[in-house]
Design a protein around this ligand. Structure first.
Ligand SMILES: Cc1cc2nc3c(=O)[nH]c(=O)nc-3n(C[C@H](O)[C@H](O)[C@H](O)COP(=O)(O)OP(=O)(O)OC[C@H]3O[C@@H](n4cnc5c(N)ncnc54)[C@H](O)[C@@H]3O)c2cc1C
Length: 360
């Protein structure tokens, strides 16, 4: 291992030695395929690992972590790259995108999920058995990164809680290169730390997660034109304040760019997007969203009864990689003064300064 222009460089023999033990692929910075291997969903990432191991399974992860440990090289892990990596150099990146195995255990109501699985990989087979996971808004986000970060489902989270609290077991390769299966009974402290600690305690190769008996929801989105943004923000606290747990609502102010990928009538417009999911009756949901209905017509309205597998229509998160920066905070309450500030920001947003401002 040497340094070249401030960068960690591994000798060719060393790289070959690892590649011979890997079923997946290994990429050094000069290899064809390196750029594609490090590319994630968030194009703001500027990571520059000295080696990439595109793992085909747990054995590859073990080999990669053991190799790095023996040379004192830090290890990073990426599934989909929805979260930007800092501009780092000199680490070994394990990518898990090929490990998308999913098995549903109907008797136990759990899914065994490979490290590279996305929510779309789990929702489809779970729905075939009348079950649903505590998935997030986007079908493309990785199950492991989401769950290890806590994971709050905007569909089922208010009814069932955090995804991290419904993990049954975790298979993980710890920094010493050992593959362990941990649970509330086996190595409970590591199990506790992993659920919220993301990649700080090892590279997870598989999760076992709880599933819930949900097959449809009443909801979708209403896109209100800019002139209704203030009324939408003012209605939001009224709608959610005493809402039952089965009802989830968020509001996003969105500046859609004037590009062909965005369909009419959203293209090039500033809109207030109300997102709704309800696990109760259609009538109850309509009663709950009445303050929004009273504001006026949306330019697009997808509210209705949908199969659970259609969850992506509620938030319509972007499907193609793009560069973004995000910041969020937890609010204990939403007083009128905070709404005033949001209305002000919304007015700036309409001028193109902010792309997405969301309250969940
Ligand atoms: C469009 C969009 C919608 C979202 N919606 C929601 C939502 O509804 N609710 C919610 O709670 N969150 C949501 N998030 C946040 C999302 O859960 C996190 O960004 C999550 O970390 C993404 O995981 P990933 O695997 O897709 O991304 P990655 O960038 O690949 O990984 C994210 C983090 O997890 C770590 N990680 C990934 N795989 C492993 C592994 N095998 N072992 C150990 N560590 C690992 C990575 O090192 C990194 O720190 C959303 C994000 C986006 C971009």
């Amino acid at each position: 291992m040497t340094e070249h222009q401030g960068r960690t460089v591994l000798g060719e023999d060393t790289v070959t030695e690892l590649a011979d033990r890997i079923e997946g692929s290994v990429f050094a910075p000069d290899d064809t395929g390196y750029a594609a291997a490090i590319a994630g969903f968030n194009l703001r990432s500027r990571q520059r690992p000295c080696l990439v191991v595109a793992a085909a399974g747990a054995a590859d992860v073990r080999a990669a972590v053991g190799f790095a440990a023996a040379r004192d090289i830090p290890v990073g892990v990426m599934a989909t790259g929805h979260q930007p990596f800092p501009a780092e150099d000199g680490f070994l990146l394990v990518t898990t995108g090929a490990m998308r195995n999913v098995e549903i255990d109907i008797e136990r109501g759990v899914a065994r999920v490979g490290a590279g699985a996305r929510w779309s990989d789990v929702v489809e087979p779970a729905q075939a058995e009348g079950l649903a996971p505590l998935n997030g808004s986007s079908p493309l986000v990785g199950v492991v990164g989401f769950t290890l970060g806590g994971g709050l489902s905007p569909f089922l989270g208010r009814s069932y809680g955090w995804a991290a609290d419904h993990v049954v077991a975790i298979e993980v390769v710890t920094p010493d290169g050992t593959l362990r299966r941990v649970s509330a009974e086996v190595e409970p402290e590591l199990f506790w730390g992993l659920r919220g600690g993301r990649s700080n305690f090892g590279v997870v190769t598989e999760l076992e997660i709880g599933l819930f008996p949900v097959t449809s929801f009443y909801g979708g989105g209403i896109y209100f034109p800019a002139e209704h943004a203030e009324a939408v923000l003012r209605a939001f606290p009224e709608v959610v304040r005493d809402a039952p747990d089965g009802f989830t609502c968020s509001v996003a102010l969105l500046n859609f760019p004037p590009v062909p990928e965005i369909p009419e009538p959203l293209r090039g417009r500033f809109l207030a997007h109300v997102r709704v999911t309800h696990l109760g009756s259609d009538e109850e949901a309509e009663k709950l969203i009445a303050p929004f209905r009273a504001i006026g017509q949306g330019v697009l309205d997808t509210i209705g009864r949908h199969p659970y597998s259609a969850f992506a229509i509620v938030h319509t998160d972007p499907a193609d990689p793009f560069p973004y920066e995000e910041q969020g905070t937890l609010l204990a309450e939403l007083p009128a003064k905070a709404v005033d500030s949001l209305v002000e920001i919304a007015q700036m947003a309409a001028g193109g300064l902010v792309t997405v401002l969301e309250i969940r």
